[in-house]
Design a protein around this ligand. Structure first.
Ligand code: NAP
Ligand code: GCO
Length: 265
């Protein structure tokens, strides 16, 4: 039974995996046997990641590479292929968010979010697919969001990108399923990471942030998720256990998307 979740001998590239969700996913893939490669756009973040992997006893290789820069991504993939091996698993995790009312968002800011959260997963998938086709199999996991399904004030670019990423996932499945490549998404709910820290800040009077209380009331599990909540789903989607699962988004949200919300008292 355990064997179907084994990633022994597999090579996994997890983008933006220095901390938070990416680090937890990479840690889980390493625990199942995979060799971990990750990248961030800045050296200081790569160094932070290398320190975290060392503390976890994981021998990971880190690259400085901006995922929106196609040349840089191609060079990184070529280097991985010649020095480590052909990538079996790509996790498109690197992402950014800008919380600005849409009518005040500059076109530059909107484009940057779409570039990192949607165009970059296309660039990275495009770069690994030829190797996966030659190897005869591949797993691509796109980190989507609640905003792949829902909107809310101030996150128009992020919602547009993550909604697009859901459809890119289905299209990669449609185009490359015949090559034994499975492309699925993970849609994390509200996860306690640095990206969401401003939404959980304790108020000057010591009370919880209104958004924090709002999310807990919207989540049947009654809590924020943790990066570790994503570990099992990631191993499942990276392993042979999911070989006939393709084009799906697995929402790991404590039930948010299933729930209409509490009735007012
Ligand atoms: P995060 O703060 O969004 O971390 C992002 C990581 O991506 C950092 O290591 C960052 O390093 C890297 N990165 C950003 N832009 C990059 C670029 N252009 N090229 C390469 N690397 C880049 O962490 P997180 O909260 O764990 O989120 C991870 C993913 O999950 C994101 O896609 C996010 O949208 C998604 N997500 C998060 C939540 C949540 O509640 N936290 C929920 C759903 C989905 P550098 O700054 O050095 O580049
Ligand atoms: C926000 C949040 C979200 C989450 C996540 C939800 O401001 O609403 O940052 O977008 O990070 O993606 O799944």
């Amino acid at each position: 039974m355990n064997n179907m979740f084994s990633l022994d001998g597999k090579i996994a590239l997890v983008t933006g995996a220095a901390y938070g969700i990416g680090l937890a996913i990479a840690k889980a893939l390493a625990g199942a046997g995979a060799k971990i490669v990750f990248n961030c756009s800045r050296q200081e973040t790569v160094d932070r990641g290398l320190k975290a992997y060392k503390e976890l006893g994981i021998d990971a290789k880190g690259y400085v590479c901006d995922v929106t820069d196609e040349e840089s991504v191609k060079n990184m993939i070529a280097d991985i292929e010649s020095n480590i091996g052909v990538i079996d698993i790509l996790v498109n995790n690197a992402g950014i968010i800008k919380r600005i009312p849409m009518h005040e968002t500059s076109v530059e800011d909107f484009r940057r979010v779409v570039d990192v959260d949607l165009v970059a997963p296309y660039i990275c998938a495009k770069a690994v697919i030829p190797g996966m086709i030659k190897k005869g199999h591949g797993k691509i996991i796109n980190i989507c969001s609640m905003m792949s399904e829902l909107g809310r004030e101030t996150v128009s670019a992020y919602a547009a990108a993550k909604g697009g990423l859901k459809m890119l996932t289905k299209n990669i499945c449609s185009e490359y399923g015949e090559y034994n490549i499975q492309c699925n998404g993970i849609g994390p709910g509200y996860i306690a990471t640095e990206q969401t820290a401003p939404l959980r800040e304790i108020q000057p009077d010591g009370s919880r942030h209104p958004f924090d209380r709002f999310i807990i009331s919207k989540t049947p599990a009654g809590r924020w998720g943790t990066p570790e909540d994503l570990e099992g789903p990631a191993v499942f989607l990276a392993s042979d256990a999911s070989n006939f699962v393709n084009g799906q988004i697995l929402y790991v949200d404590g039930g948010i998307l299933a729930y209409i919300g509490k009735q007012p008292k």
